[in-house]
Design a protein around this ligand. Structure first.
Ligand code: ADP
Ligand code: MG
Length: 214
């Protein structure tokens, strides 16, 4: 099973993945965890170019292709082999981030982006995507108050982050079988419990399907 976490920076993706990952491991599941952009040596080098505050002149098209390059390497080197080996892969962001940020945020054509993403990933889309939904202000506020490293993506204006949020809502509405929206403006432990219930249900369903193939 391939599970991805989406939502703005500051929505709690990393916090939740850590909690859920250890919970699933304790239950005996074999988990591979990765983050985007990055996750392999080559992808991490591309991440550094994308995030570096020195690269403020980066054109959106360059940004799109760099994200796709990092992702192509990640799928090939890590995600595909892990899924083929029967592991659960959890990714902190994936292809939907490109649709939300570069598509809805920067206004690039969704159909073109989907073609690019299908090329980059070999057509691999997640089985389950958790959307940690929070207002753009609250997400950015968390990053500021917790004095986290401020990257080039945070520096886009609030209106951009609001478009991204609307984009996530549209993506989730278009494919409710894959997406699950979680209210991220709640205490972390409550969010963990909600996500845990969703994943547990999916795992039981997928085991059921394997036992009773139709
Ligand atoms: N439910 C929550 N309520 C309040 N603060 C949170 C919550 N979840 C995470 N945080 C804090 O907000 C910041 C961003 O969380 P993080 O997990 O890094 O988000 P993301 O990976 O989505 O950017 C961190 O400082 C984290 O401790
Ligand atoms: Mg994070």
């Amino acid at each position: 099973m391939f599970i991805t976490f989406e939502g703005p920076d500051g929505s709690g993706k990393t916090t939740q993945i850590k909690a859920i990952g250890s919970e699933l491991q304790a239950k005996g599941y074999d988990i591979i965890y990765t983050r985007e952009p990055g996750g392999t040596e080559i992808s991490d080098q591309i991440r550094e170019i994308i995030m570096n505050m020195k690269n403020k002149r980066m054109a959106p098209r360059t940004e799109i292709l760099l994200f796709c390059s990092a992702r192509a390497q990640l799928v090939e080197e890590l995600i595909r082999p892990a899924l083929d080996a029967g592991k659960i892969v959890i990714s902190d962001r994936y292809a939907d981030s490109t649709l939300a940020y570069q598509g809805y945020g920067h206004g690039y054509d969704q159909d073109v982006l989907i073609q690019l993403l299908n090329f980059a990933t070999g057509g691999l889309w997640p089985d389950l995507t958790l959307l940690l939904d929070i207002s753009a202000e609250k997400g950015l506020q968390r990053r500021l108050t917790n004095q986290e490293e401020w990257n080039r993506m945070d520096d886009y204006q609030l209106a951009f982050h609001e478009r991204v949020r609307e984009g996530y809502h549209a993506l989730a509405a278009a494919d409710p079988a894959r997406w699950q929206r979680i209210d991220a403006d709640q205490p972390a432990a409550i969010i963990t419990r909600q996500i845990s219930a969703v994943i547990e249900k999916r795992l039981v369903q997928s085991i059921g399907k394997r036992k009773n193939p139709d």
